[in-house]
Design a protein around this ligand. Structure first.
Ligand code: AMP
Length: 585
């Protein structure tokens, strides 16, 4: 099994030494750079309608800023953002002209949020992304010799009433870096042709990206997507379409299902009959087990490039299964609001991934994740403490609560490093209880480990509070087709999950003493049900690259999709006996 040790130890290369030095300098002067960033943001935007409300009178220091400008959420800003969306060109939030609106994935509420952006901020984010290469040079020897197989998708361009493009953060970045970097930067040497990545039809785009990657199977050195779900979607696509793909490779012709003229034109340069390659791929796909399929098809892959922190940690075992345990690199923590941090130590175990704050990207505050606390700045965070990130950005957000909860894990020079923990408002509750994403994830992991013994694991899950009890929808990855776990095993699985949830003492009290929470229910859904859920979200405007499965469901139509794909339901038969010691007050 490939693993972290299969990568070389750090390589000293003179290339990119300047950028590495820049990272060191920036993180050594974190506090000063934060002051500088705040002063710049306030100076640049002093005459915006928003800041004028708070009578800063030209002050750009923290004390004045924190005492006069309040912390806000999206709801507070929504009326102003709506005016911008409707075409108001006055400087409401930021002084620089708006170039686009970045949309969030809409995972939590179902409705994407929109954030104004400008060219200067896009360039700042691209600069941050460009730091990945020197770090790669340092840790992964020879990465530049292989091509990148990245499943990237763009959405059809939408525009606001005021005429600005609306795009997910990733779409704009793909377009811009493609235009500027692809011809000469080995990092952007992808197997996917531009025409395929920029095709807005998800099927035709994925089909062509996969076909090209199969042709270049020996050249691929890195495999990835933005979030883990995107890569798993590609594997499933291969499972469903390998027959047509191998037919195309055998004959050197393109499936009639791909109709996009620019793709058909560009594929004439790629397609050639290759019966030996087609035979090899068919032989790998027809095998009963898909274990290690990534490394079997793309044998020179050095690592998997996907974000696997936070709620996407759910997919680590499945990625390990498909990739034969290749190292997984999560590079960046970012959102449409802000790109504040990168991973400086990419080759580590997923449970140890920390992101380091780059103090010149925005001004950051850390609101302790405790009742009635006041935010602290970067110099005063405590290792081990959880905080909500509050950002002030060049693009016109001031003391904006992101809803992301992080835990500080250490410092690189004087810049804090953190682990992503969860979204603040993603909780499941039927009454006084509150179960968060982390607790649900722990329960799912334990259930998955329990099922391993019976030839299955939890591929994906979500939860819902219904009629006084928790319902957990799960899609199973059954290792040998036709050998699903029995009803008896699934009942025991309910017990395993519920024992895990009882680590939360409020849940335990409600369930055991007050009996206000009923038996936990697992609803097993058909294979592909979660993919259909993603398809639904994408059809409503979510980005394929960015969509994250909500772990606590609130959106009715998504619930209906899962409900209509039900295979079986199982309950905890009685209150679990081996009640663990609770940890959460
Ligand atoms: P969106 O869902 O479009 O708003 O995407 C941004 C959100 O994705 C952030 O606010 C985080 O909640 C999440 N996110 C971004 N980067 C990471 C990461 N590296 N690890 C975990 N979650 C992340």
């Amino acid at each position: 099994m490939a693993g972290i040790s299969s990568l070389s130890s750090p390589v000293n290369t003179p290339a990119h030494a300047k950028e590495l030095e820049l990272i060191e300098e920036t993180t050594k002067n974190a506090y000063e750079l934060q002051n500088y960033a705040l002063a710049q943001i306030l100076t640049q935007n002093a005459h915006t309608e928003y800041l004028k409300n708070f009578n800063l009178d030209g002050a750009t220091d923290r004390k004045s800023f924190l005492s006069k400008v309040p912390m806000v959420t999206y709801d507070d800003l929504q009326p102003m953002i709506q005016r911008l969306v409707d075409g108001d060109r006055t400087p409401i939030l930021c002084a620089l002209p708006i170039s686009e609106f970045l949309s969030s994935s809409g995972t939590s509420s179902g409705d994407p949020k929109l954030f104004p952006n400008h060219e200067e901020e896009t360039n700042r984010r691209l600069l941050l992304c460009s730091l990945i290469r020197p770090i790669l040079n340092k840790f992964v020897k020879g990465w530049e010799q292989g091509k990148g197989l990245y499943f990237m998708f763009v959405k059809p361009e939408a525009r606001t009433r005021g005429g600005h493009p609306i795009q997910p953060g990733s779409t704009g970045m793909v377009r811009k870096r493609d235009a500027e970097s692809r011809p000469h930067d080995p990092y952007y040497d992808f197997t996917s042709p531009t025409e395929a990545m920029f095709c807005t039809d998800p099927f035709q785009s994925m089909y062509t990206q996969m076909l090209c990657a199969l042709y270049e199977r020996q050249q691929v050195g890195r495999v990835g997507a933005q979030f883990a779900l995107g890569l798993l979607r590609a594997i499933r696509f291969l499972q469903l379409n390998w027959q047509q793909l191998t037919r195309d490779i055998r004959t050197g012709s393109l499936s009639p299902n791909v109709t996009d003229p620019s793709i058909r034109e560009c594929m004439t340069r790629v397609l050639r009959p290759n019966p030996a390659l087609a035979g090899f791929i068919a032989q790998e796909c027809v095998k009963g087990s898909w274990e290690g399929i990534i490394i079997r098809i793309w044998p020179n892959t050095k690592y998997i490039d996907v974000i696997i922190t936070g709620s996407t940690a759910q997919y680590i075992p499945t990625l390990d299964y498909y990739s034969g345990g290749l190292p997984k690199i999560s590079w960046i923590y970012g959102s449409p609001e802000c790109f504040p941090a990168i991973n400086l130590n990419p080759i580590c175990n997923p449970s140890e991934i920390s992101y380091t704050i780059m103090p010149n990207m925005a001004y950051l505050e850390f609101l302790p994740y405790l009742p009635n606390s006041d935010p602290v700045d970067l110099a005063d965070v405590k290792i081990g403490q959880e905080y909500e990130l509050v950002v002030t950005t060049y693009a016109g957000l001031y003391r904006y609560r992101t809803g992301d909860i992080i835990r500080v894990t250490g410092f690189h020079n004087s810049a804090p490093q953190f682990r992503f923990v969860k979204r603040r408002n993603a909780v499941l509750s039927v009454g006084a209880d509150e179960t968060d994403e982390v607790e649900l994830q722990a329960a799912s992991e334990k259930a998955s480990r329990f099922l391993e013994e019976f030839g299955a694991s939890v591929l994906d899950y979500t939860s819902y509070a219904e009629a006084g009890h928790y319902v957990v929808y799960v899609e199973l990855l059954v290792k040998k087709s036709g050998e699903s776990p029995s009803d008896e095993v699934m009942e025991k699985c309910c017990v395993v999950m519920e024992e895990s949830l009882m680590m939360n003492w409020v849940y335990r009290r409600c369930r055991v003493e007050e009996k206000s929470i009923g038996a936990l229910e697992i609803r097993v859904v058909k294979s592909g049900a979660f993919e259909e859920m993603v398809d639904y979200a994408v059809s409503r405007g979510a980005s394929v690259n960015l969509y994250k499965v909500p772990r606590c469901l609130t959106v009715k139509p998504i619930l209906e999709i899962l409900q209509s794909r039900l295979l079986s339901t199982h309950f905890t038969p009685s209150i679990p006996q081996s009640i663990p010691t609770p940890t959460k007050l």
